[in-house]
Write a protein that binds this ligand. Structure first.
Ligand code: KIV
Ligand code: NA
Length: 270
């Protein structure tokens, strides 16, 4: 059973695996398959709530989804991804919002999209006993500032800045670092420089682990980034199930005898 402390040990000889999940049934699947970390990503904005970005996701939504995931998870580390503006603006609000994820939703840790402003925030949260996963490179909550979902750290200066920020967050007590959409060599250099494990998405093969959005892995997304990979056709299976129901009802095959009430049966639906 991975903890924020044992993740590093695993990284020494194996790849760390992390997937998102946003509800109980899929969290159970991810957990039972032995994935190390379940991230209740704010990618739920796109993946389950139908938004165009992660920005509208609320702390209440994150708490509710994190609690559902935690209830279904026995082994994996559950990380709640803090929504846009729920951290970093006001220290007391930050602590309340992050604290809720551990107190009310049973998460093991929180993730913050990092920048210069989250170094002291990270330190404060860790002081209080709230483990923090950092996140550098493309930070999608900054989409309006960045002008799009562009690769980060593509020139020497920004790569050097990212390395310094990575070190500062390690120093502040972060237990791991997500690197999103950065050149492989930059991710490799940061991974080399840090003790804490790095988990990459669109960051090449040299991080300590890999993370993907579950909907992309399932083949459930309408569009997915070039760096993701579809490992199943869950959407196709869902479409077949729904079409099967529709056809069976329209043709009168469903409900059949075994679905129907008869007097000598007891009432419990199972
Ligand atoms: O919200 C999310 O799913 C994430 C991962 C892509 C790291 O932040
Ligand atoms: Na996120």
């Amino acid at each position: 059973m991975p903890t924020v402390r044992t993740l590093q040990e695993k990284a020494n000889d194996e790849e760390i695996t992390m997937l998102t999940a946003y509800d109980a049934p899929t969290a159970e699947i991810v957990d039972e398959s032995g994935v190390d970390v379940i991230l209740v990503g704010d990618s739920m904005g796109n993946a389950v709530l139908g938004y165009e970005s992660t920005l509208p996701v609320t702390v209440d939504e994150m708490q509710s989804r994190t609690a559902a995931v935690a209830r279904a998870t026995d082994d994996a580390l559950v990380v709640a991804d803090m929504p846009f503006l729920s951290y970093g603006a006001d220290e007391s609000d930050t602590i309340q919002n992050c604290g809720r994820m551990l107190k009310e939703a049973d998460a093991n840790a929180v993730k913050l999209e990092s920048g210069p402003h989250t170094v002291s925030v990270t330190e404060r949260l860790v002081d209080l006993g709230i483990p923090v996963m950092a996140h550098l490179g493309l930070t999608p909550q900054r989409v309006h500032q960045l002008g799009g979902y562009f690769r980060q750290g593509t020139d020497e200066e920004s790569a050097a800045e990212m390395l310094e920020l990575a070190k500062a967050h390690e120093e502040a007590g972060a237990f791991s670092l997500v690197l999103e959409h950065v050149p492989s060599n930059v991710a490799a250099q940061i991974t080399e420089a840090l003790e804490i494990p790095t988990i990459g998405i669109g960051a090449g093969p040299d991080t300590d682990g890999q993370v993907l959005v579950l909907n992309d892995v399932f083949g459930l997304s309408d569009r997915s980034p070039y760096f993701s990979e579809q490992f199943g056709d869950v959407k196709g299976e869902m479409e077949r199930a729904v079409a099967g129901f529709r056809d069976a009802v329209e043709s009168g095959e469903f409900p059949a005898e075994e679905h129907s009430y008869s007097e000598d049966e007891i009432d419990d639906i199972y």
